[in-house]
Each structure stands twice: as C-alpha cells, then as structure tokens.
Design a protein around this ligand. Structure first.
Ligand SMILES: N[C@@H](CCC(=O)N[C@@H](CS)C(=O)NCC(=O)O)C(=O)O
Length: 217
C-alpha cells in the first residue's frame, strides 16, 4: 500500500473520541491537518464526509473519509505500522479488541447515563460504572497486561490510547458528581496507574495545547 500523502482530521476539541485519534496519529509521527467542526452548525463539506451518523471524528486520507473512532484507530495502526498499537499475536489482538469493544458497548452508555440523570438514577449509573471499571481492570490484568507503565509494557497500545484519552472526561464527571471518585486507586489501581503514565506523554500534552485554542467551542 502506498504511503498516504494527505491526512486530515475533522474533529471537535471537546470530544474524547477525537482526542484518541489525535494521539494515535501523533504517536505514529503522522503529519496531519486539523479541521474543527462546529457541531451545532455542521458544514455541507463535513456532512458529505459522514452522511450516516454525521459525527466526529472523521479521518480523511487522500480524499477518502473514514468515520468512527475505533475504526479509525485500527486503520491508523494498519497504515502506519510503527510503533504498533495492537499486539502482533492474533489471540492477544483479539483480547485487546474485546476489551476495546467492552469500553464502547458497556462503559460509554453508562457514562452518558451519569451525565444525563440525577438522584437515584445517577447513583445507580455510578455504581454500574464502578462495576464495569473493575471488570475492565480484572480483564486487562488477566488478558493483556505485562509489567511496565503501559498495557503492553514500555510503549502505549490501543487500550492506553482509549483509556488515557478519557481521563479528562472522567475527571470532569467527578467534579460534576462532587465527592464521588470514579478513578480510585484502591478500587482500580492498574487502570489509574495506566492513565497516569499516559497523561505524562508528550503527545498528550501537545494535543491538549493545540486544542486549547478551540476551548471556547
Ligand atoms: N461512535 C462514534 C461516536 C462519536 C460521537 O459521539 N461524536 C460526537 C462528539 S463526542 C458528535 O459528533 N456529536 C455530534 C452529533 O451527535 O450531532 C465514534 O466512536 O466515533
């Protein structure tokens, strides 16, 4: 496959899904242009790129649009091989994909539920979040973690990118919940330490700085 020439990311500064894609591209050293999409007033240009769900992120590579963050992350990993985000071993790769899918299918809806409810319903959603987070901790520990700051040891992998990109969002939720700890080192020590290590990466800080110019969005 020829190396792509023009890479453009359509995103929104406050979207954790888009942050993942910024990080993946930067971890791979891919040069790209960024287009901030006004989600309240989506342009015709953007709607043509993703007429199905009309959501960011959309990565456009040599004019060809690729929507959906998890699909994009895997495309990026297959297109720019180094450093790899997914393990070489296909069984391990399936485990990483399983836990990535768990985050999207089980955890994301609960996060939306915490945001959109209050009182008893919100307490229930928080309990559910903590339960899923512990399941994820145990699953990652058993299935894919090897000693080191990141999930596969010394270099960040796909699950680091997904979880690490969500850290700010989790912290905002904690502020909103005033007093409830979602990221608890006693409850989920491995996930907390993986996210702390990830937050120290230069690509994370550089992305945050670059996106801060759109912070009013
Ligand atoms: N499953 C999608 C979700 C993307 C998503 O929900 N994007 C939000 C921003 S965080 C969006 O574009 N919302 C605009 C809308 O729904 O109109 C993905 O993983 O890429």
């Amino acid at each position: 496959m020829a190396t792509p020439k023009e890479v453009k990311l359509y995103g929104a500064a406050l979207s954790g899904y888009c942050t993942m894609v910024h990080h993946a591209l930067r971890l791979k050293g891919v040069a790209y242009d960024y287009v901030e999409v006004d989600l309240k007033n989506k342009s015709e240009e953007f709607l043509k790129l993703h007429p199905v769900h009309k959501k960011v992120p959309v990565l456009v590579v040599d004019g060809k649009p690729i929507p959906e963050s998890l699909v994009i992350l895997q495309y990026v990993d297959e297109t720019w091989k180094e450093p790899p985000l997914l393990p070489q071993d296909s069984y391990l790769r399936s485990k990483v994909r399983f836990w990535a899918d768990f985050i999207y299918q089980k955890m994301v809806p609960v996060i939306y539920a915490i945001r959109s409810t209050e009182g008893e319903a919100q307490n229930k959603a928080v309990e559910e979040f903590l339960g899923h987070f512990k399941t994820l901790e145990d699953g990652i520990n058993k299935d894919v973690h090897v000693p080191g700051p990141f999930i596969h040891g010394g270099e960040p992998g796909l699950l680091d990118v997904i979880l690490g990109s969500a850290k700010n969002g989790f912290q905002h939720l904690e502020q909103m919940l005033a007093g409830v700890k979602l990221l608890d080192k006693e409850h989920t020590p491995l996930l907390c330490s993986l996210m702390d290590a990830y937050a120290e990466l230069a690509v994370v800080k550089d992305t945050e700085l670059m996106l801060s110019q759109y912070a009013h969005a």
